[in-house]
Structure formats: structure tokens, C-alpha cells
Design a protein around this ligand. Sequence first.
Ligand SMILES: [Zn+2]
Length: 459
Amino acid sequence: MANKKFYVTTAIDYVNAEPHIGHAYQKIIADAISRWHKQKGEKVWFLTGTDEHGKKIAISAENAGKKPKEFVDSISKKFKEAWDKLDIGYDKFIRTTDKEHEKFVQDFVKKVEKDIYKGEYEGYYCTRCEAYYTEKDLDNGCCPYHKTKIEKIKEETYFFKLSKYQDKLLRLYKEHPEFVLPKERRNEIVNRVKEGLQDLSITRTNFSWGIGFPLDKKHVVYVWFDALLNYLSGANGNWPADLHLLGKDNGWFHAVIWPAMLLSAGYKLPKTVFIHGFLTFNGEKISKSLGNVISPNYLVEKYGVDSVRYFVLRNFVFGEDGDFSEKVLVERYNNELANKLGNLVSRVATLIEKNGIEKIQNKLIKKLKLKEIEEDFDNYEFDKALNEIFAFIDICNEYVQSKKPWETKDKKVLYELKESILKIAELLYPFIPSTSEKITKQFSVKNIEKGEILFRKIE
Ligand SMILES: [Zn+2]
């Protein structure tokens, strides 16, 4: 029997600025999900990458005194390096300037030609969002996300008949409620779609940094129409996606425009579009003005890769907004990683080094709530899953306290603890893979030794 497949994607990041912890948050979640499914023996495809066309990038490149391609090459590389530092084990890193992707987009346009017509767009466009807005969307005449003044544009364009898909989309949300998660975000989307859909302008003419529109050489493809297609062009035979992860500013594109594009071209639809909230950093909105402190590289160097990963997976209810507080990170690091996990591993290894083990049936492990942990993971409740794992770590620490193996030299108790620690390491693998691997290596050998300290306390 062929292995079950699982295809997960992240948003591809727009390369007008360098990676920050907000970008990293979503990649860490995707990586944990990917590792979880790989661990279950599924055939996983984990796609991430960078979104590299559009007017905003052309402007950023010009400001940096670089040609657009040279500019996107340099920033895309920084995203890749950041993900390597965070142990993001993607299977493919796609760039929308890849030749195969560009060809795919042009072929796709021809596939949906029946739903494309020429017209004139008159309305609002936020270059920072690279998104069109109606009068109603605006916040005091400003972009609803950037709160900056928005330009009114009027230009010849090609439209995609999005309006045609209103009923089909409403039926989709009704028949497959899991298509948009969490539920609150689905309700917002459904209400907006019920109000009616406007056809989408899918080409631009006043700049050239984009994929040539195959039906008219004067036009380039609208950057979102181009970017969304990365999930197909980078699927490597794994389409349909099981899970698209994206931030709340991208909900409309993924939950409305994307399925309409796929329906038009006759592709299967992805199973779930999961829309999550944003992080602040020490209570402040993440922006360039915070400087280097929000860079994933800086945070990994300061706290260690697994501390950053553990914190974002443990501290936030996935889906909601949250604050990346360094103070809370240090508290969790000291209390949970150093005191609970680190202590258990080092105490038990030391005791085994001195006394050895003797095999018996492991009764201790029956207190592990494995089924709950699996359910939490499948419900995207990573904080709850970690909470359960750490509840078992507490049980193991209490077991050491009550059985006093340093007095009794009880090799059977130490065997139970060893097996339990190996199971904990296995369960922690999706969250903190390098720590998990260290523990597994330390406890899998015949002669277990004390080993290095996993987490030194931060003063
Ligand atoms: Zn904007």
C-alpha cells in the first residue's frame, strides 16, 4: 500500500525586506507539522519560498541601487539562511523568479482564458500590500493594513471573472467547513463573499518587473495571481495541498481568489487554508524600526534554535495574535526546558551511568496521554500538545523523587525512566528536533553517560 501523502505550504515571503520573527513563526509551525507527518511515515512535501515580483520590489531594488533580479537574489538568500538556522526542513524552496514557475504561470493563464476579459480598472491600490481595495475596505482613506494613504489608479487591465464563482465558493465553505480554519475567520470570509464578488484585475501595465502576460505583451501578471500559483508549480506531483498556512492579511487571496482560480482551471481544491494571527515583539508591532532584534538569526544566536522554536510553539494559541516577549521566553526556557526537561535527562543519565538498568514492563509510560497529544496536533493545538508532553515530564520527575533510585539503586525504575525519556524525545522531535536527536542518541546506547547540559539556565 502506498504511503499516505501530506502536502503543506507556507506563505511565500515578499522579498522587499529581510526575514523577521513574524515570518519565522509560520515556518516553525509548518516545519513541526511536516516533521510530525514524516515521523508517522507519510510521504510529506513541505514547500516554502519567496515571492519576488511586483512594483514594490521594483521600487525597493531601485532604492537599494540594484537591478531587481540582483536585489531579489540577495534577499531570497537571507530567507533561506534564516530557515536553515531555525532547522526548517523544507523539501523545496521555490522562488517566483524560477523559470519553471514563470512558464507555469503563463500556461495557467492560457488555461483560464475563458474567464479573462479586457477592461479598465479604476479604484484603489496599496503598493505595499500589492492589493486592490474598494472604497468600503479603506480606513479613513488609508490602507486597512498599512494605515498609509492609498493611491487611486485608472488603467487598462485584464480581469478574471471572480464574480462567476460566488455560488460555487459559498457551496464549498458549506460542504467543506474545514476548507477555511479557524472557524471565526471562515465566518468573516463567508459574510464578505455573500455580499458579492467583483472581478479581479490580474494584469498591470505601469511597470515591467513581473511575468509577461501571454495574451497581451504590454501587460505583466498581477503579483498575487503569479504568487498563488507557486503552490501548484512547486507541488512536485503532490497536488492537492493538505494545508496552506498563511497570515490574516492573506486570507482573502487564499480562501476566495485561489479556489476560484483552481475551479476555473479544473484543478482539485486544497483541503485546508489555515489563517493565523500576527505576532508583536515585546509588545510592539513588528516593523523595520525595531532593527536587528527581530531577526531570526539574532534570536537564534541569543537563545538557541530550540528555545525559539519551543517558545513560539508553546506560548501561542495557533491562529490567534500573540506577543513574542523575550521575558516570557526566558521564563519558559528556565522553568520548562532547563528545570523540567534538562534536569530529568541529566539526573536519569547520571543515575544510569552509576547503577545501570534492568529490563521490566514499563508501567510509568502508561501515564502518558498519547491519544490526547495526537489529537492536539491534528487540531493544530501545538501549545496543548506540548503541555501534555510536559505534564508527563513532571510525572517522570516526581517518579524520580518518590522512588529515590540514588538510594535504592533500583535498576528497574531506571529502565522505566530511560524508556520514558526516549518516548518524550520522540514526541518532542517535531518541536525541538536537535534536542530530541541529542537525547535519543544519549539514551539509545548501551552505556548511557551523563552527557552535556542541554539547557544552561539564563540569569
Ligand atoms: Zn497596504
